[in-house]
Design a protein around this ligand. Structure first.
Ligand code: HEM
Length: 141
């Protein structure tokens, strides 16, 4: 699957504002995630207190490089190995995705138009599919 040109354009155009607010967005995301799905908390039991910063950095780097994802290969490999260590499963991705999109809406307010949220949704699930496929390979190995 490929990302649509429109999504690439919108994500690039909003990469700056999302990066500027990325720590607020990811802090909010974990709040939403742990409230709506407390069972997922268990996975984060050994996480550093700055886990939201790692996710914020990953989201910002992804948005900035959405048309040149090869740059992110090393970062993606690291995410995969950490996710496999803590046993992240494919079914966790939609839960995290919904929480992230809600957090973007909450933090950006009116600036997060439906078109922008839709583009980020497509971009999130694109990256999720990449991670899920690589994690599947790692689990099988
Ligand atoms: C596209 C979606 C996702 C991205 C971009 C992402 C990104 C990251 C990054 C950058 C790290 C730190 C890796 C490291 O430096 O070791 C990480 C760790 C982690 N992620 Fe994700 N992640 C995603 C989805 C998920 C999902 C769906 C879950 C499941 C609830 C999850 C749970 C975790 C956990 C538990 C850690 C390790 C925390 C720790 O013990 O340090 N992630 N993720």
């Amino acid at each position: 699957m490929r990302l649509s040109e429109k999504t690439i354009e919108i994500v690039k155009a909003t990469a700056g504002v999302v990066a500027k607010n990325s720590e607020a967005i990811t802090t909010q995301m974990y709040e939403i995630l742990f409230t709506t799905h407390p069972e997922v908390k268990e996975l984060f039991k050994d996480a550093e207190p700055d886990q939201h910063k790692k996710l914020a950095a990953a989201v910002s780097a992804y948005a900035a490089n959405i048309d040149n994802l090869g740059v992110l290969n090393t970062a993606i490999a690291r995410m995969v190995s950490t996710h496999v260590r803590v046993k992240v499963q494919p079914e966790h991705y939609p839960i995290v995705g919904v929480s992230l999109l809600e957090a973007i809406k909450k933090v950006l307010g009116d600036a997060a138009s439906p078109e922008i949220v839709e583009a980020w949704k497509e971009a999130y699930f694109f990256l999720a599919d990449v991670l899920i496929a690589k994690e599947k390979e790692a689990y099988a190995a």
